[in-house]
Design a protein around this ligand. Structure first.
Ligand code: NDP
Length: 315
């Protein structure tokens, strides 16, 4: 049978390119889990994804109620869940003031980490029930949260500190809006959320890989300088960033190529190893990358997991 893959944030950028790459093989049915139905429908159409190869289902990761509703709707559809890709993200590098999710979490960590954390925890059961030969849970990471790289050392650097802001609920009332308890910084909040994504993948691996056989993986697909992720950035940045990445850092990758990379992590038989953070070298060959000290700290991964469970109401 065809595999079924759920991709969050498939309405643009990497998520859309991955949906297209997988649908084109004829071996996958893609559930596009998105907050804007019409935008997604138009995106799927203009990407030329054949109707029979996708379903759009509503999911707003900045609302935990919406996450629960998505899980209910998905179960009612009676589609199997073979692979889950946590891809959606918001990035607010120029925001002066924090914005918040429905539950009052700072929106970058609330959406990118907490929304996905709840979604992945709830859907683990469904992945476990699938009879597909290779079941996978993939959380898209980033080099920007990885302080052992050049890009990860551009200030402000990711740093989760002792998690005091996260433990307080990131609400700006009785806690800081930043995980480490510091002042609001939108670019740092995004990087922190990506470190949480990479820690979550490893904690899933430690807790569930042996018992379930599910592959847990993360990846850095390359710098896709043209996606909507940079929509909130100043116009000069948006003009200069793609050529800068293309000619100076040489980290540039097209949306198509990045989509093919994530599609490999979804479906390639050679990429079944669990607990891995995948990257690609200059000739587009995949390799197991090293994570920074903070992004591979097992103690921190456990703490992020436990604090997050409380925040999303799992315990
Ligand atoms: P885009 O902005 O193009 O895509 C982000 C997607 O997330 C959109 O579909 C967006 O939906 C969706 N989204 C945002 N907020 C929510 C929400 N509350 N609920 C549901 N969906 C939401 O960016 P990219 O394609 O670049 O980013 C995809 C992933 O790739 C992210 O995880 C990012 O961190 C990662 N990444 C990107 C890199 C890059 O260079 N671009 C580099 C490394 C990693 P909508 O269309 O409705 O806005």
């Amino acid at each position: 049978r065809k595999g079924t893959v759920v991709i969050t944030g498939a309405s643009s950028g990497l998520g859309l390119a991955t949906a297209k790459a997988l649908a084109e093989t004829g071996k996958w049915h893609v559930v596009m889990a998105c907050r804007d139905f019409l935008k997604t429908a138009r995106a799927a159409k203009s990407a030329g994804i054949a109707k029979e190869n996708y379903t759009i289902m509503h999911l707003d990761l900045s609302s935990l109620d919406s996450v629960h509703q998505f899980v209910d709707n998905f179960r009612r559809s009676e589609l199997p869940l073979d692979v889950l890709v946590c891809n959606a993200a918001v990035y607010l590098p120029t925001a002066k003031e924090p914005r918040f999710t429905a539950e009052g979490f700072e929106i970058s960590v609330g959406t990118n980490h907490l929304g996905h954390f709840l979604l992945a925890r709830l859907l683990l059961d469904d992945l476990n029930k699938s009879d597909y030969p290779s079941r996978r849970l993939i959380i898209v990471g980033s080099i920007t949260g990885n302080t052992n790289t050049l890009a990860g050392n551009v200030p402000p650097k990711a740093n989760l500190g002792d998690l005091r802001g996260l433990a307080g609920g990131l609400n700006g009332l009785n806690s800081s809006v930043m995980i480490d308890g510091g002042e609001f910084d939108g670019a740092k909040a995004y990087k922190d959320s990506k470190v949480c994504n990479m820690l979550t993948m490893q904690e899933f691996h430690r807790r569930y890989h042996e018992e379930t056989g599910i592959t847990f993986a993360s990846l850095y697909p390359g710098c896709i300088a043209t996606t909507g992720l940079f929509r909130e950035h100043i116009p000069l940045f948006r003009t200069l960033f793609p050529p800068f990445q293309k000619y100076i850092t040489k980290g540039y990758v097209s949306e198509d190529e990045a989509g093919k990379r994530l599609a490999q992590v979804v479906s390639e038989p050679s990429l079944t190893k669990s607990g891995v953070y995948w990257s690609w070298n200059k000739t587009s060959a995949s390799f197991e990358n090293q994570l920074s000290e903070e992004a591979s700290n097992a103690e921190k991964a456990r703490k992020v997991w436990e604090v997050s469970e409380k925040l999303v109401g799992l315990v």
